[in-house]
Ligand binder design. Structure first.
Ligand code: UT7
Length: 321
């Protein structure tokens, strides 16, 4: 038994911010950003919340799957930029879309969050607890980004992507692996938010996202090929059997490095980072939805979904479409 993806959806804020626009905020250039990252623009919320974007993506995924919100049994929201400590984003999305029968909760594994949530959905289905799930990655990272830090602000964008998955007897998720390394947490962190402790009258420092870009870069290029190979091994497949590698859209050069180490041609690594930048947990489902709607996914195709990020976390799942 496994799960298969029956529908995909995604949502972006209205406001697009080009590299050119960022040159008015920090000492950078369109050329530097494009050459070092492959990013040309990103979308930034002007009021759209994690729940707004997540709900839009979920509705589109349900529509794409031909399902109604009332049928959803499990609603998992992956996010590392929730608006509120409570209620969780998944419950806010549940209320917005009317998935009254679903059990809803959040999961935070940063940029690997959507993958970990998908694998969690698999585990619930495998255990016989639920037969379907709506899994969404939604982020408004622009709240966490230090817009004075040229080393990080050029990378990130806001958005959401969702999939509707259902129990299946063959195909679907064929194998996956997940890893976490908390000892490297300092490489990418956002601390100090929500620490205003009224009891002690403490005023928190505003915590923005801080990143050791080179460290994350080398972690991804070293760790992801091994993680993908491990997951392929679990599915009884090799890199040459893979039709498309749908990787977390962090940096074009990271994807080139991973492709090189897997000895796989870059043409099998679709990208949307040029348009949307790094949207953390929304990154993989946004890419997947784009491909699905362009008609580029065909039954029987082997897809690798793989991500990495703060934690540090990383994972890979092998899917038969
Ligand atoms: O979801 C995971 C999230 N994180 C990531 O994916 C980050 C992964 N890392 C990266 O993508 C890259 O490390 C960055 C794009 C963040 C940086 O690229 P890099 O090639 O590693 O550059 P660097 O940090 O080694 O910096 C090279 C130079 C430095 O100047 P000096 O010291 O050589 O004079 C930086 O100060 O580039 C400078 N620099 C910039 N220049 C223009 C750093 N950021 C910028 C910028 N514009 N935005």
């Amino acid at each position: 038994m496994s799960i298969r993806i029956l529908g995909t959806g995604s949502a972006l804020p209205k406001r697009r911010v080009t590299n050119e626009e960022l040159t008015g905020m920090v000492d950078t250039s369109d050329q530097w950003i494009r050459e070092r990252t492959g990013i040309g623009s990103r979308y930034v919320s002007t009021g759209e919340t994690v729940a707004d974007l997540g709900a839009r993506a979920c509705c589109l995924a349900l529509e794409n799957a031909g399902k109604s919100a009332g049928e959803v049994e499990l609603l998992l929201a992956a996010t590392c930029s929730p608006e509120d400590a409570a209620p969780c984003e998944a419950c806010q999305i549940q209320a917005k879309i009317g998935a009254a029968g679903a059990v809803a909760f959040d999961l935070n594994a940063a940029c690997a969050g959507f993958l970990f949530a998908l694998h969690t959905a698999w585990a619930y289905v495998e255990a016989g607890i639920y037969t379907n799930a709506l899994v969404v990655g939604s982020e408004v990272l622009s709240k966490l980004v230090d817009w004075d830090d040229r080393g990080s602000c050029i990378l990130f964008g806001d958005g959401a992507g969702a999939v509707y998955v259902e129990k299946c007897q063959e195909g679907g998720l064929m194998g996956f692996v997940q890893h976490s390394d908390g000892s490297q947490g300092e490489a990418l962190c956002c601390r100090g938010r929500q620490l205003d402790n009224a009891f002690f009258r403490q005023t928190p420092e505003r915590g923005y996202l801080q990143m050791d870009g080179r460290r994350i870069f080398s972690f991804a290029v070293r760790q992801i090929p091994t993680t993908i190979s491990e997951a392929l091994g679990k599915a009884g497949l090799e890199a040459e059997d893979v039709d498309l590698f749908l990787l977390h859209q962090a940096n074009r050069r990271i994807l080139e490095g991973i492709a090189g180490r897997l000895d796989a041609d870059l043409g099998r690594f679709p990208m949307n980072l040029d348009q949307v930048g790094n949207t953390s947990s929304a990154s993989i489902p946004l890419l997947l939805d784009g491909l699905n709607r362009q008609g580029r996914l065909h039954r029987g195709m082997i897809l690798v979904l793989s991500g990495f990020g703060a934690g540090l976390t990383c994972g890979a799942g092998i899917w038969k479409w």
